[in-house]
Design a binder for this molecule. Structure first.
Ligand code: ATP
Ligand code: MG
Length: 195
């Protein structure tokens, strides 16, 4: 499962758990992106923090692991490189790439789209307000799965921390504590909490 995970939240974890169960997967590998090419225009928290929060969030689940392939590869992250690296590390494994329906909608614009479909089956998870409308995706290599609606986004979590509002129960407890310990998502530009 690829994502920026800035921070990882319960929407990601429920999506991963649901896809693992429905597709009978042995393992879900969370892969925090290095510099996401879709997000080069915005400031993203240093990769090491995003990686460690993902480790904290997944530590208690024996079926969840976290990979450093994208954060250790220099340059901008492309999914084709992620899949090549993961498949080299797991010879013979059948790979599924889990991503949000919003990201899947851009799939045809991804680098080397044809090879992507040879390396993995793509699973698009939907959340409230997002639907896949792209035509021309190979049906046998792309599945859509509705996730129990959890209207949580990392953007909202960051904004809440910034405003001094709680993120308890939106992200795992350890991630709440990690954010506080490292003072993530607070900046001089933040508005004070509403009185
Ligand atoms: P941001 O708000 O910063 O874009 P995000 O919450 O979308 O963050 P990402 O790290 O971009 O989180 O998410 C990785 C993938 O998980 C994305 O493709 C996204 O669509 C999907 N996703 C995020 N939140 C949910 C959710 N609540 N339910 C299902 N899928 C989700
Ligand atoms: Mg997003």
């Amino acid at each position: 499962m690829g994502g920026t995970f800035d921070p990882v939240h319960h929407g990601h974890l429920v999506a991963a758990s649901e896809v693992k169960s429905r597709f009978g997967l042995d393992e879900v590998v969370f892969v925090p992106t290095g510099t996401p090419w879709q997000k080069t225009h915005q400031t993203v928290t240093p990769a090491e923090h995003r990686y460690l929060m993902t480790v904290v969030a997944t530590a208690s689940n024996p079926g969840f692991t976290v990979s450093r392939v994208d954060i250790d590869r220099p340059g901008v992250t492309y999914t084709i490189d992620t899949l090549r690296d993961l498949s080299a590390q797991r010879p013979g494994a059948e790979l599924f790439f889990i991503t949000g329906a919003d990201a899947l909608a851009q799939i045809l614009s991804w680098k080397d789209a044809d090879e992507l479909f040879q390396l993995a089956t793509f699973v698009g998870v939907t959340r409230p307000g997002h639907r896949l409308t792209v035509e021309g995706l190979p049906e046998d290599r792309v599945s859509m799965l509705e996730i129990p609606a959890l209207a949580i986004s990392s953007t909202d979590c960051r904004a809440r921390v910034c405003r001094g509002e709680p993120v308890w129960y939106l992200v795992p407890d350890g991630v709440v504590q990690y954010i506080a310990k490292h003072r993530l998502y607070t900046s001089a530009g933040c508005l004070p909490p509403q009185a």
